[in-house]
Ligand binder design. Structure first.
Ligand code: ADP
Length: 485
């Protein structure tokens, strides 16, 4: 509630929105948290760019869209950037897709510079302009990651938007991506005051750092798990940015992500060949068979199937996986990996699969339906992350009765608890970030899998965890209301 007793008005400003546009966890969060917030009594709406294919995907999902009468305009780089506003009700959440020339390229650029960063600054300004077009003025702009971090900067330091009312929240889904590029000609083109570029604002070793600017300028900052909130204040985790995060710690909170448990539900998932639930696990065996067939392995094997669904980047620890390929094969387990990313990691896995063709299979690419089959058909979910802000995959895997083996870091530490603790748990964890550490946990999992009764108990423990947004939506609501005091 605001002081006047009305619901807090929050505009979610996000460059990803599942199921229409998604690269990773941010897309999932933006696609599920707003619905939970509305149920908790927050007047939340969403704005997102209509990247190529997004409006087609909205139409294909059967949603009705309307075009808002007034366009939004933003002045940037001595040009007016206009966007058509297309509205749809997504799961009961008023959602605005901005269709503009600025969003016709790739979602995220591989190289960041003034030109490739510009669509993200333009998007933030158009989000600030939206209130007039839709006649609804947010109390709070809730921004996510560097791609919308320009918005708090604009509210604090832009010649024009400094007069706009509204508070801002910066949620950090992954501090590894900061939006760093050359200051010229950005500073002149963006309309930010010259003093926005100093070591206490967005300047970072001579470069622009949009995330740093967003953290400093935002009224409040949150990140996606309590453990990560602590880790990012240390040099080991975020290097040069840790000082700023430590300095800003009084406005930082860690709120664990939830899942869209209707979407990720083995008892209603249309992408898997058989349904199952904690009460009746039979369908999981059919999913395992289908997955093994898809991988070209014997579908009748009783070997444990280890699955990974991930971006193949340094963060996720896959160098440990391919370096341990022989040891994994020797356990008798099958290892199936779905993902794509850095060449050197993909190549490492390809070589591991070529050397162990009976045990290891890589499905290269991004494949949403196959990811569901992986979660449903696997026995063990391996996630040996070097760092992990929250991680959704380990929660999804637990929903599908696939027992996680994870490194004790970030959100993995807040969601996966080792079964060998005196109080029991829902998975297997390790601390040391190397092959020996990972294999210690993985071997325990593979051995335990042979004890069917013990394994079923661990599966059920994970399947019965509460991964809904209910609790965390309440914590976000508290944060909004604290800002309105
Ligand atoms: P991150 O956001 O760091 O990528 P998360 O675990 O928070 O990691 O979220 C990853 C999300 O992306 C999950 O929903 C996961 O299923 C999905 N995902 C990752 N890689 C793939 C892939 N190759 N194909 C399909 N879905 C994927």
């Amino acid at each position: 509630m605001t002081k006047s007793g009305s619901a807090v008005k929050v505009l979610f400003v996000t460059t990803e929105l599942a199921p229409f546009s998604k690269v990773g966890g941010l897309g999932d969060v933006a696609g599920s948290l707003p619905k939970a917030l509305r149920q908790a009594g927050v007047d939340v709406r969403v704005v997102t760019p209509a990247w190529p294919g997004v409006l087609e995907s909205v139409a294909a999902s059967g949603l009705k869209t309307t075009t808002v009468k007034t366009k939004v305009y933003a002045a940037y780089d001595w040009r007016i950037h206009s966007a058509t506003v297309i509205k749809a009700d997504v799961k009961g959440v008023p959602t605005y897709f901005l269709k503009a020339e600025d969003y016709t390229g790739d979602m995220y650029p591989s190289q960041l510079n003034f030109w490739t960063a510009s669509p993200f600054a333009v998007f933030c300004m158009q989000a600030l302009e939206l209130k007039d077009a839709i006649e609804w003025e947010p109390d709070i702009y809730h921004c996510h990651d560097w791609t919308s971090a320009f918005l708090p900067c604009a509210l604090a330091w832009h010649r024009h938007y400094r007069q706009t009312s509204g508070k801002s929240i910066m949620t950090l889904h992954n501090v590894a991506y900061q939006g760093i590029f050359e200051p010229s000609p950005f500073l002149e083109a963006s309309g930010l005051e010259p003093w926005s570029f100093s070591s206490s604002t967005m300047e970072f070793y001579g470069q622009v750092n949009l995330l740093k600017g967003g953290i400093v300028a935002a009224t409040a900052v949150s990140t996606v798990s309590p453990t990560y909130a602590g880790e990012i204040q240390t040099y080991e985790s975020t290097r040069e940015l840790s000082g700023i995060l430590y300095q800003q710690r009084s406005k930082l909170r860690g709120i664990l992500n939830g899942l869209d448990t209707k979407f990720w539900d083995p008892n209603g998932d249309k992408a898997i060949p058989a349904k199952f639930s904690p009460k009746d696990l039979k369908g999981k065996a059919a999913c395992k068979r289908a997955l093994l067939e898809r991988a070209g392995f014997d579908p009748d094997t009783d070997a444990p199937v280890i699955v990974c669904v991930s971006r193949l980047v340094e963060q996720k620890g896959f160098d440990m996986v391919f370096n341990a390929a022989h040891q994994i094969a020797e356990t008798g387990a099958k290892l199936l990996i779905l993902g794509s990313g850095n060449d050197w990691i993909e190549n490492g896995i390809i070589q591991a699969a070529e050397a162990n063709p009976q045990s290891i299979k890589l499905f290269k690419g991004y494949d949403e339906p196959l990811s569901h089959l992986m979660y449903a058909g696997g026995d063990i979910f391996l996630m040996p992350s070097v760092f992990e802000p929250c991680g959704l995959s380990q929660m999804i895997s637990m929903r599908y009765g696939t027992v996680p083996v994870v490194r004790e870091v970030g959100g993995l530490r807040d969601t996966v608890f080792d079964v060998d603790r005196p109080e029991g748990g829902n998975g297997f964890t390790f601390q040391t970030c190397d092959v020996d550490g990972m294999m210690w946990a993985l071997r325990r999992a593979v051995e335990r899998y042979r004890d069917k009764a013990a394994w079923k108990k661990i599966m059920l423990e994970g399947m019965r965890e509460d991964f809904t947004w209910d609790k965390s939506a309440g914590l976000y609501k508290d944060m909004y209301e604290d800002l309105m005091q």
